[in-house]
Write a protein that binds this ligand. Structure first.
Ligand code: UDP
Ligand code: MG
Length: 318
């Protein structure tokens, strides 16, 4: 029996590229060694994306659609795709053709060699601009210092996992604030990488603003490292040490303490700055704890099309 490949594609306002993506992907997939399903997750698009996906799914039974009730974000879309996929191997990729479908046969080869996790590493990212590229490499440096978990530099949301790993992600990685590529790189199993060149977005525009990326980076650090929580201890020790030094200096300076308005004000500002920073950091951790505690769903599905359950439902109606 031929094995089944699930290609999970997250879609948010991608009307400009969807047809083009479908053509390029179907072209590659129809000649592939495996059977396939092309699973689009519509992340609450407000343009014609869903309409286009519906018509693709009407034309082609390989196309499956899971549509969210509103925008839940790229991370939610990817895990929903993994939840709904049925393949022996699963590839997650973007709809904008920055993740070239031409890589799919290479990924299949790795699956044939029994790899469970295939990380796609971008060698260059033309569309991102120097600032995003610089920020991205700084982020990876920082997270690798802060976290015990090691991250592949320049890893992207383009990766493939075997059914085994998909089941682990489905059952055990249900955090509300999430960073899927972090989990994928750290579940263990037989891992390999393939490098690829991220081209420019085929059409439409990037959905990630600098602000969103910053928030995303903060969340990831909080989710993967406890070190910032301990900053308070280090700052406290430093402040105590400084206090002792100043005290000794004051006691033993002939003529008593120097009058020091500026010193006092500067020290006060400096100490308060550190204090508030640490309170803020604790706030970040608390907000993530709070999200976990509320236990709201990671995503809500409004509608599916061409899924196995749909045909079962149809059978029941008949
Ligand atoms: N995306 C999504 N939900 C969102 C934002 C983005 O599903 O809230 C999808 C988007 O449609 C695309 C992928 O995630 O397929 C990557 O987004 P984008 O290309 O805008 O990011 P960039 O490549 O610029 O980092
Ligand atoms: Mg993109």
């Amino acid at each position: 029996m031929r094995r089944l490949l699930s290609v999970v594609v997250s879609v948010y306002n991608e009307e400009a590229v969807l047809e083009q993506f479908y053509k390029a992907a179907a072209q590659v997939l129809k000649d592939a060694a495996w059977d396939y399903e092309l699973l689009f997750v519509n992340d609450g698009s407000r343009d014609r994306s869903l309409e286009i996906l519906t018509s693709l799914a009407d034309r082609d039974p390989h196309v499956k659609v899971v549509s969210f009730s509103r925008n839940f974000g790229h991370e939610a879309a990817m895990i929903a795709g993994i939840d709904y996929s049925r393949g022996d191997g699963i590839i997650c990729m973007d709809a904008d053709l920055q993740h070239p479908p031409q890589c799919i046969p290479l990924i299949l080869e790795k699956f044939q060699q029994d790899y469970d996790v295939i990380n796609m590493v971008r060698t260059k990212n033309e569309s991102a601009g120097w600032f995003k590229n610089l920020a991205s490499s700084a982020f990876y440096k920082l997270i690798n210092v802060l976290s015990d978990v090691k991250f592949e530099n320049n890893a992207s949301d383009f990766f493939a996992v075997s059914r085994k790993v998909a089941e682990v992600l489905k059952d055990n990685y249900r955090e509300k604030v999430r960073f899927l590529r972090g989990y994928v790189q750290n579940v263990g199993f037989a891992k390999t990488t393939i490098s690829y060149e991220a081209g420019v977005r085929a059409a439409g525009e990037s959905k990630y603003s600098i602000r969103k990326l910053f928030q995303f980076s903060v969340n990831t650090i909080v989710c993967f490292s406890n070190l910032p929580l301990k900053l308070g201890i280090y700052a406290g020790i430093m402040a105590a040490f400084l206090g002792v030094v100043v005290m000794v200096y004051t006691l033993f300076t002939r003529g008593g303490a120097p009058s020091g308005y500026a010193t006092i004000v500067i020290l006060n500002c400096f100490m308060f700055a550190i204090l508030f920073l640490i309170v803020g950091i604790m706030g970040e951790y608390m907000s993530i704890l709070f999200a976990e505690l509320k236990d709201r769903p990671i995503y809500i599905v409004a509608k599916t099309q061409n899924m196995a359950e749909d045909s079962e439902k149809l059978e029941q109606i008949k």
